[in-house]
Design a protein around this ligand. Structure first.
Ligand code: S3P
Length: 162
């Protein structure tokens, strides 16, 4: 069966749902951020700090195309939908699920986060959140509202859809 790509903003629960869904389906679990760190031998904060966001986006697009297109659940970085070829590639090669969380919920979940280079200036990140919403919508085959839901409940919802 085609792989599942999980898309959504930072803090929408992609990584937790990825592990749980892969476990339930007995598929492999992959995370594009983790694969970038393994392949380029640098952490995401280091890449942003030493090479900048544009280089990170080039790495991300390259890694996306290396992801298995069958029987794998893939958690993607929140900005993967920024490039049209990435959006087209995921929609063509997989089942794309958008995990939506409200801005207030994301702020709550990431209140203490120090690992995400783009999670700094609240006004700027809220504008980024708003600007990405239509891209998540247009890229996805299915959308799931995640506020107040457990990872298990979201996983079962995805299984009922695919
Ligand atoms: C980013 C989200 C991060 C990571 C990088 C950039 C973004 O992944 O790829 O820090 O642009 O939204 P998560 O969505 O897993 O936090």
């Amino acid at each position: 069966m085609q792989s599942v790509f999980l898309i959504g903003f930072m803090g929408s629960g992609k990584s937790s749902v990825c592990t749980c869904l892969a476990d339930r389906l007995k598929w492999k679990a992959k995370d594009t951020d983790h694969e970038i760190e393994l392949y380029y031998e640098e952490t995401i904060p280091q890449i942003f700090a030493t090479k900048g966001e544009d280089v990170f986006r080039t790495y991300e697009s390259h890694i996306l195309k290396q992801m298995p297109i069958t029987n794998t659940v893939i958690a993607t970085g929140g900005g993967i939908i920024g490039k049209a070829p990435n959006r087209e590639w995921m929609k063509k090669h997989g089942i794309v699920i958008y995990l939506h969380a409200s801005w207030n919920e994301i702020k709550r979940r990431l209140a203490d986060d120090t690992q995400r280079p783009l999670w700094k200036d609240t006004i700027a990140v809220q504008a980024l959140f708003k600007s990405r919403l239509p891209l998540y919508e247009e890229t996805s085959h299915y959308q799931i509202q995640t506020d107040q839901k457990t990872v298990d409940a979201i996983t079962e919802e995805i299984i009922s859809l695919i």
